[in-house]
Design a protein around this ligand. Structure first.
Ligand code: NAI
Ligand SMILES: Nc1nc(O)c(N)c(N[C@@H]2O[C@H](COP(=O)(O)O)[C@@H](O)[C@H]2O)n1
Length: 184
């Protein structure tokens, strides 16, 4: 069984994944309730894909979280592939691999591996997920829908794609998770 590429992102109720100038932190709930942490900890993956811009914040932020923070071990220890057209050297150590070009082939190879050990997760940022979605590489979506409309911003999708709903769930912190699988 091949691996799936899953995407987990915050989304406004009007479908934006970032504000017009990439605003994020001011409209998302970042103190997840226990029920949401429990739900997310059941999503199994053993590789993470990040865009360069997101990686610059994500990798040091998770490393500096106090031990015991939900998700810390997973976020720090899981191997990562960082998409970058500019970085030539990886500043983040041995568990991180840089990808400068040919993402379709590389992600295709990751997905062709045996999925019994775990799938692949992408958390963003905008350019990176738009590229993956556009090439049809994302198999499942975990949309963390925030109780807010932005009115304008950056979208995940640029063309029509059909999905089927796997699960919908409301959490105590106000986020609703919509889990979709791409229709084949
Ligand atoms: N809604 C959510 O859950 C999240 C939203 N975000 C949003 O994303 C923003 C960052 O997004 P971006 O600035 O677009 O940064 P990004 O993290 O996607 O990084 C962009 C860089 O990645 C590289 N890249 C992208 N696609 C590539 C490809 N196909 N091949 C090789 N390299 C590639 C390029 O060097 C590019 O400059 C954040 O400021 C935040 O607003 C970030 C994380 C989660
Ligand atoms: N799987 C999982 N477990 C947790 O406990 C979490 N806090 C998260 N957070 C998600 O990770 C992504 C990046 O977070 P930062 O930008 O580094 O805060 C994002 O999708 C968060 O929702 N995930």
């Amino acid at each position: 069984m091949p691996r799936k590429l899953m995407l987990q992102m915050h989304m406004s109720i009007d479908g934006y994944i970032a504000g017009p100038n990439n605003e994020l932190m001011e409209w998302i709930v970042y103190n997840f309730s226990q029920d949401l942490n429990d739900y997310l900890s059941n999503i199994k993956f053993n590789d993470i894909i990040l865009g360069h811009k997101l990686a610059e914040g994500f990798i040091p932020a998770w490393q500096s979280m106090p031990s015991g923070t939900p998700g810390k071990e997973l976020m720090v220890n899981t191997p990562k592939m960082v998409f970058s057209t500019t970085l030539q050297e990886n500043p983040w150590g041995e568990r991180v691999r840089l990808l400068n070009s040919g993402f379709e082939d590389e992600v295709g190879k990751m997905k062709a591996q045996d999925g019994s050990e775990g799938d692949v997760m992408v958390y963003g940022g905008v350019q990176t997920v738009q590229a993956l979605i556009e090439k049809g590489l994302v198999d499942e979506l975990f949309l963390l829908v925030e109780p807010v409309a932005l009115g304008e911003g950056k979208k995940l999708f640029s063309s029509r794609t059909s999905y089927e709903v796997m699960e919908t769930k409301k959490f105590e912190c106000g986020i609703a998770v919509l889990h979709y699988r791409k229709k084949v």
